[in-house]
Structures are given as structure tokens and as C-alpha cells.
Design a protein around this ligand. Structure first.
Ligand code: HEC
Length: 426
């Protein structure tokens, strides 16, 4: 009843005869133009009346189906920072505007079009790391997943306050994942890599995808970048019909404030994946009990192409279910790292569970195989993975070793316990 009243009130606030200049432009500028302008990732601009009018019907469809703006978590299962989601009244506004002929209205009412940034969001970085040679992206063909290992000028340990990934060519970069490697192991400067980077990094720095800006670290939790570290970047390039080049840079912003808190990756993953050809609902599960109280600050899901649904939740002592993530139609193209709008407190002994569902049938348009083939765990494009990383800060930092031991035990169990030496990692 209340929901009906609210819906009625919202519908009443939508103008009977919406115009582009007064009503629709503010919605498009705020939610679409950031990716839909020249030189950006989206295939056409949505900035002027002519742009939007030309795609009006399609825009009504993709907003109604929530294909656009791209945002995977289902509403109502947790609040995330920077959610890209239109409200029901905004969707109805667009529908009504298109149904009535996509009228321009009085151009004097048009708000100022958004200004697009072409420089660092947070000003001049303390350190800029640039890939030495540009990457060639072919005009056609499958997406390109490339890893880069780039030396950095870090003579002493630094604390990272923020990081910004800056492609030189935003038309072709679909996502970037950044890590640091403090080992002295000889590495190729660049190599193809798909789901994982193929090495164990010393630090996960963060991820970038179109429409997102700088990555700001949480207060008091600036991750330390060890002296002599190299930057490892995994970049997903999407051919756009003509040969392109990209020479990306990463800007680092440091702080002198040593961290008093640490973000720990509470990772749930399983290798027990063996999906028969044609199976349309293959379910994979994993669980982990946090032995200490933590604040969950973010979540990073990982799977490949034929995963459909991903869910993670916690059962807190007492039995209440706390949602951590719910994606109903996973699309590998949109690899966001989600940060909660506010930390979620998980008391000691909370049981974290994950459930992933895969569709290996011919009816799945994202199935890379036709006809479908058996799919097993592995890092390649043809393989699948299942992982969810709950980024967590111990409520009492002195309890961190206990969490470390529990995580180590879980890793050992997941690989069969054969390598367990009893020693937690340092
Ligand atoms: C985060 C970047 C981003 C945002 C924000 C965004 N788009 Fe898109 N849009 C894309 C990309 C990239 C594509 C190309 C298709 C793909 O790769 O999924 C696309 C494709 C489209 C298409 C073509 C779909 C098709 O089936 O051909 C339409 C229409 C569209 N977007 C409309 C919108 C509208 C309307 C908004 C705002 C409500 C919006 N987009 C917001 C990135 C974005």
C-alpha cells in the first residue's frame, strides 16, 4: 500500500509533457554523457538534443531493461558507493518523453552540458608510472587481455592515499586491475592474461572501469607500497572497428600517515568447477567463518563468461542474513570493484557464504562455445572461476593474525590440504 502511494506520488511528479531541455537533459547529462561522449568508451555520444533524439527509442528500451547505465548489483541487496542506477520515475520520464515524440522544448531551459575532464582528477600525482611502449589494439577480433609489468621509481616504502588509472585512449579500455609486485623475480614486461594475472602480487591496489575516477583509499588505511615494487596492470581492451593505440599511465598520490588499519582480502573461492556441456543451471558454493569481528568495506566478485548469477551473504550469530552482493545477470564486460556506501559490521563467527550459477547451454548468448563444451576451473577464456573477495577491516587490529590463520587454513583446505605445513603466511 505504502509502495503504491509512493509510486503514485513519484509518477505525479513526472511532467505530463516532458521536454528534452527541461526534463530529460539533466538525467542524460548526469547518468549517461560521462561514458557517452567523443573519445570515451561508449560507441556514440549522448550530449546534444540531436544525439539523444537519434537514439530515443533505443534509450527508452535500454533504460527500461536496465541495460544502461551499466550497473550489475540488484537493487535492495546492499548500498554501494557510486551506484549507477536510474530511479523508476526517471525511467518513466524517458519512456513518456519518447512516446510523445521526443520533443526538444525551450532550448533556453537546457542546463549547461557536463564538462569532461581530460586531466588527473586529484591534481598532479606524486608519482606517474607510464607504460613504456604503446599497446596496439587491432580493429577487429576478440577482446584483448594484456598484463604489463612496469618498474616504478619507489626508492623507499610509501603509503598510498589514492591512485588514478589514466588510459590515453578511452575508446578501447574496458577495465584495468592494478597490483604491486615487490618480488625480485624476473618477469616479462607484457604478456597475454585473461582472468588472473598469473603471478601472486604483493599488493592489490584497485580496479578501474569506464565511468569511474580515482581510487581513494580509506582513511587510516593507506596501503604500504614497498620499496622497489613494480606495477602490474591487467588491461582489458575491446576492439572498436579501427586500429587503435593506448599508452596508459597511473598516477600515485602518497601520504605520510602510516596506516592504523588494514584492509584484508577475505576471499572465498573454489576450484570445484566442472560444468557439463549444455547444463543451464550449474551451482557452485563456498563458505568461510570470520573468527573475529570485521567491517566489510567492499566486495570484488570474479568469474568468467558463462557465469550468470553471483550471490554472497553473511549469516551473523543469531541467524540474521546480511546481504553482501547479489548480481542476477553477470556480464564479464563490466568488472567493477564495489565499495559499500557504509561499512557492514560482521561480528566474530559470522558465516560468509557465496553461491555462483553458470549457464553452459546454447541458449546463453555469452557462451563462447557453439555447440557448448565441458567447462572446468582455470584461468583461460574458455575456463571458469568462482571467487568473491570481501574487503574487510578488523574491528580490533590486534586480532588480525587470527583472521590470517583462518584464511590460510581455508586456502589450504581448498587445494586439498596437501601442502599444509601448519605455518601461516608472514
Ligand atoms: C559506464 C559507462 C556508460 C554509462 C554510464 C552509460 N553507458 Fe550506454 N553504453 C556504454 C557502452 C560501453 C556501450 C556499448 C555496449 C557495451 O559495451 O555494453 C553502451 C551502449 C549503449 C546503447 C546501445 C545499446 C545497444 O543495444 O546497442 C545505448 C542506447 C546506451 N548505451 C544508452 C545509455 C543511456 C541512456 C545511458 C544513461 C542512462 C547510458 N547509456 C550510460 C557505456 C555506458
Amino acid at each position: 500500500m505504502i509502495a503504491l502511494l509512493l509510486a503514485a506520488a513519484a509518477a505525479a511528479s513526472i511532467p505530463a509533457h516532458p521536454t528534452f531541455s527541461r526534463d530529460v537533459a539533466p538525467v542524460i547529462f548526469k547518468n549517461c554523457s560521462g561514458c557517452h561522449h567523443d573519445g570515451e568508451v561508449a560507441p556514440f555520444p549522448l550530449v546534444t538534443y540531436a544525439d539523444v533524439r537519434g537514439k530515443a527509442k533505443l534509450i527508452a528500451d535500454v533504460t527500461r531493461s536496465r541495460l544502461m547505465p551499466p550497473w550489475q548489483p540488484v537493487a535492495g541487496y546492499g548500498h554501494f558507493a557510486g551506484e549507477r542506477r536510474l530511479s523508476e520515475p526517471q525511467i518513466e520520464l524517458i519512456r513518456r518523453w519518447v512516446a510523445q515524440g521526443a520533443v526538444e522544448g525551450d532550448a533556453r531551459q537546457l542546463p549547461r552540458p557536463p564538462a569532461f575532464r581530460d586531466d588527473w582528477e586529484l591534481g598532479k600525482p606524486d608519482l606517474v608510472v607510464e607504460v613504456p611502449e604503446p599497446m596496439d589494439v587491432p580493429a577487429e577480433g576478440p577482446d584483448v587481455y594484456q598484463c604489463f609489468v612496469v618498474p616504478m621509481d619507489v626508492p623507499r616504502e610509501r603509503y598510498i592515499r589514492a591512485v588514478e588509472f589514466f588510459p590515453s585512449n578511452r575508446r578501447v579500455v574496458h577495465h584495468a586491475l592494478l597490483f604491486a609486485d615487490s618480488s625480485r623475480i624476473a618477469r616479462e614486461p607484457r604478456y597475454p592474461c585473461f582472468g588472473t594475472i598469473g603471478l601472486l602480487p604483493s599488493l592489490g591496489i584497485g580496479g578501474w572501469s569506464p565511468g569511474n575516477g580515482a581510487i581513494r583509499m580509506l582513511d587510516g588505511a593507506a596501503p604500504p607500497l614497498q620499496a622497489g615494487s613494480r606495477l602490474v596492470a591487467q588491461i582489458h581492451y575491446h576492439p572498436d572497428g579501427k586500429p587503435e593505440q593506448d599508452k596508459w599511465r597511473v598516477g600515485f598520490y602518497f601520504t605520510d600517515q602510516a596506516p592504523v588499519r588494514r584492509v584484508v582480502d577475505v576471499g572465498l573461492a573454489t576450484r570445484a568447477i566442472d560444468i557439463p556441456a549444455g547444463e543451464s543451471h550449474y551451482v557452485v558454493r563456498q563458505h568461510f567463518t570470520v573468527p573475529i569481528a570485521v567491517d566489510a568495506v567492499g566486495v570484488i566478485p570474479h568469474a568468467h563468461l558463462i557465469c550468470k548469477e553471483m550471490r554472497a551473504w553473511a549469516i551473523v550469530p543469531g541467524g540474521r542474513k546480511q546481504w553482501l552482493l547479489n548480481i542476477a545477470d553477470w556480464n564479464f564486460n563490466w568488472q567493477d570493484q564495489y565499495r559499500y556506501a557504509a561499512p557492514i559490521r560482521l561480528p566474530a563467527d559470522s558465516l560468509i557464504e557465496m553461491e555462483f550459477v553458470y549457464d553452459n547451454s546454447a541458449a546463453n548468448p555469452r557462451n563462447p562455445h557453439s555447440p557448448p563444451q565441458r567447462v572446468v576451473w582455470g584461468p583461460g577464456t574458455d575456463d571458469e572461476m568462482a571467487g568473491v573477495h570481501i574487503q574487510s577491516i578488523p574491528v580490533h587490529m590486534d586480532e588480525l593474525p587470527e583472521l590470517g590463520r583462518a584464511l590460510w587454513g581455508a586456502v589450504m583446505r581448498s587445494v586439498g590440504g596437501r601442502f599444509y605445513t601448519g605455518a601461516p603466511p608472514q
